[in-house]
Design a protein. Sequence first.
Length: 84
Amino acid sequence: VQAALQELKQSKGGRISVPLSHPAVQALVLNDDDNYSTTKTRSVILQRISENTCWMVTSDQLLATYTSGDLKWLGRLAEYIAAT
């Protein structure tokens, strides 16, 4: 989790895509106990909610399949959660 938060500290917009080799992805998503995650995960997005919290969004789709609306919606939802 700290690796994910550290990456987001460098992001001005609060949202970044990280490779499957990133330590946070390896620890939280691609573990040996879950063959589905290992074989189906193709993209990972980190979205900042606050300085100490974030979402890790995974998908079986490539990042290019996301629309700008999808990504804006994710940011707006994070802002809403942070405000409540």
